[in-house]
Design a protein around this ligand. Structure first.
Ligand code: SAH
Length: 201
């Protein structure tokens, strides 16, 4: 999976590749879908949600340039897979899921698999996680109509956020947001399709 789908498409950050090799993706998908866990595609995880294609997880992780010692926020825990990938690189991961059932099972799964540096919260990630911030990086894994201002506020100076922006059920754009002092810049990176960023469970 890593060699063909990820390195082969240009992801080169050693820490990201290493983390992608270590996380057992088959344990983050429903048992009946284990045989397709390492395929080059998203996988349904219940409640109408999906775990992103491996390449997209790696691409988004590399885009925020994670490194040891950092504190990262993820919005859209889903299965907990993206959080586990980040947890293998940075010091602490905070992740928010709006669907209680998914948040609770992801928290359980991450605990069972031994990721003590991930904290899961059930709630609306639009507001971020103020008490835990500011963050070196923020990874949003659901498509928002616009970039939630509270998330920009919770980025550290020099911090980066990756977020799919655009209308639900259409092609969205993966955007990289960078904060330097009072200046916030955005860059369009890649057309993608994500499940919608919701405001109600
Ligand atoms: N990162 C996940 C995949 C997430 S799919 C993984 O690795 O498995 C997107 C997730 O975002 C879904 O579980 C959805 O319920 C959640 N979500 C959507 N809107 C949200 C919001 N406002 N706050 C928190 N989570 C949200």
């Amino acid at each position: 999976m890593v060699r063909n789908q990820i390195e082969g498409r240009g992801v080169s950050d050693a820490a990201v590749l290493d983390a992608m090799r270590k996380v057992p993706r088959h344990l983050f998908v429903p048992e009946s879908l284990r045989s397709v866990a390492y395929d080059d595609s998203p996988v349904p995880i219940g409640s109408g949600q999906t775990i992103s294609q491996p390449y997209i997880v790696a691409y988004m992780t590399e885009a925020v340039r994670p490194s040891a010692g950092q504190k990262v926020l993820e919005v859209g825990t889903g299965s907990g897979y993206q959080a586990a990938v980040l947890a293998g690189i940075v010091e602490r991961v905070y992740t928010i899921e709006i669907i209680r059932e998914l948040g609770q099972s992801a928290a359980q799964r991450l605990e069972n698999l031994g990721y003590p540096n991930v904290e899961v919260k059930v709630g609306d990630g639009y507001f971020g996680w103020e008490e835990a911030g500011p963050f070196d990086a923020i990874v949003v894994t659901a498509a928002a109509e616009y970039i939630p201002p509270p998330l920009v506020d919770q980025l550290k100076d020099g911090g980066r956020m990756i977020i799919p922006v655009g209308s639900p059920f259409m092609v969205q754009m993966l955007m990289l947001v960078e904060k330097r002092g009072d200046e916030v810049t955005t860059k369009s990176l890649l057309p993608v399709r994500f499940v919608p960023f919701r405001r109600n469970p």
